[in-house]
Design a protein around this ligand. Structure first.
Ligand code: NAP
Length: 290
């Protein structure tokens, strides 16, 4: 049976760092604050928001919720973000996406202050990831995959890594971060020919495509490490990943479960990025607004 790469173990370690930083910030009178901006009431967004609020409560980060109607005008959203950028109590801004189609997502993403962009959606944060420099914050889910590998001592240098899914939030930044770790990376998508063979050749496989169990035993071999980012909810509310977990567990060397894998680490990293932002923004000086 494959080694289970448990998100909770990684999340606990990251959370311990967050608690230490919250304590240090508290000594300076700073309470780290996260603004969560949600447009509409999609069940996915609501579930994600609940898990973030719970994590923030646990770690003594103050979460400020900004729910907006589905038909919100772009101007109102931009004004809200502008105010959050200037609000000294807010150190991180998380905007739940995708946004409704009447909103220009690119313009709205760019309106976030890069200092508070804790989920890496501005061009500056992306440039940091693509240039391999620590500017801004990387997207939390992509970083979560890297943190899991690091926690379990799975080396990336010299390995063949295959990432399935090329979204801007997960696949692309993750490919860059794996390359930064000296892996040789292949990035696959829906038009990739011979996907099964490509995945089978990988030492490390990261799957983020959003289709239940699509990576099955025909794609896998002994010795592989599999990071399953997928979260697919069926009609009964049961969650499963993009990898056929039962089949994979008997073949590969190590695998993340879904649920119980990447998701828990993602939320811990949001908290981590908020305290990092607070340390950067308020670092060393007593914040006047307390
Ligand atoms: P997305 O924007 O829909 O992108 C999906 C990607 O998968 C696209 O690049 C698409 O290719 C590719 N793809 C789709 N079908 C494919 C196939 N049959 N073979 C190969 N590639 C295929 O999705 P996303 O936002 O990246 O999310 C991916 C998954 O991660 C979802 O299940 C989502 O719920 C989950 N997720 C998890 C977390 C977490 O914390 N664990 C956070 C966010 C999202 P094209 O580009 O060619 O269309």
């Amino acid at each position: 049976m494959a080694l289970l790469l448990k998100g909770k173990e990684v999340s606990d370690v990251l959370s311990a760092y967050v608690s230490r930083d919250v304590f240090e910030l508290g000594k300076k009178g700073v309470v780290p604050g996260l603004a969560v901006v949600r447009v509409g009431e999609s069940p996915d967004d609501l579930a994600y928001e609940r898990s973030i609020v719970k994590k923030c409560e646990l770690l003594k980060i103050k979460a400020y919720l900004y729910p907006l109607p589905n038909d919100v005008k772009e101007e109102r959203l931009l004004t809200l973000i502008e105010n959050l950028n200037l609000n000294g109590a807010i150190h991180g801004i998380l905007m739940l996406r995708p946004l409704p189609s009447h909103l220009n997502e690119a313009v709205i993403c760019e309106s976030l202050s890069p200092l508070k962009d804790v989920d890496g959606i501005t061009s500056l944060s992306m440039a940091g990831v693509y240039a391999g420099r620590r500017i801004g914050f990387p997207p939390c889910t992509a970083r979560a995959c890297i943190e899991i590998l690091r926690h379990y001592g799975i080396r990336t240098a010299g390995k063949n890594a295959v990432v399935v899914g090329r979204s801007l939030v997960i696949g692309r930044p993750l490919a860059m971060m794996l390359m930064d770790g000296d892996a040789t990376v292949t990035l696959c998508h829906s038009k990739t020919a011979c996907l099964q063979e490509i995945v089978k050749q990988a030492d490390i496989v990261a799957v983020a495509l959003g289709k239940k169990g699509i990576i099955g035993k025909e794609c896998l071999r002994e010795g592989q490490t599999v990071i399953d980012v997928g979260i697919n909810v069926d009609d009964d509310g049961k969650i499963s990943g993009d990898v056929d977990f039962d089949a994979a567990g008997d073949i590969v060397a190590a695998i993340t479960p879904s649920p119980g894998g990447v998701g828990a680490v993602t939320t811990a990293l949001i908290a981590r990025h908020v305290t990092d932002a607070a340390l950067e923004i308020d670092g060393g000086r007593h914040a006047a607004w307390i």
